[in-house]
Design a protein around this ligand. Sequence first.
Ligand code: FES
Length: 106
Amino acid sequence: MPLINFILFDGSHHALEGHTGTPVMNLAKRHGLHGILAECGGVCSCATCHVHIDPEWMGKLPPMDEEEMDMLEFAENVDEYSRLSCQIEITEELDGLVVHVPESQY
Ligand code: FES
C-alpha cells in the first residue's frame, strides 16, 4: 500500500499507508489527523481538506479540474502548491507523497 506522509502545522509527521483508489482526505480522516476537516465529506464543496503538496511531488499529481480550482478560492493561504485532498486519489505512483496541512484549518 502506498505510504502518504502528512506534515501537520505543529511539525508532527504522520506516515500512513493508504488504499489505492481512495482519496488522500479519507486516509487523514480515518486516522483523525488535525487540520483535515473535510466538512462536505469529499464532494468538493467545502475546501476544508486543503493541503499544500510538497514541491517535489507537485508535478506527479494529475492536474486540477475546474471544480477543484473554483472551490480552492474559498480556502485560506492558497498558493501554487495548494490542492484539495479529497480530489487526490491514492495510486502506486504516489507512494511517498508528502502533504503539508495548513495552519488555517486548525
Ligand atoms: S472534503 Fe470538502 S472539498 Fe474536500
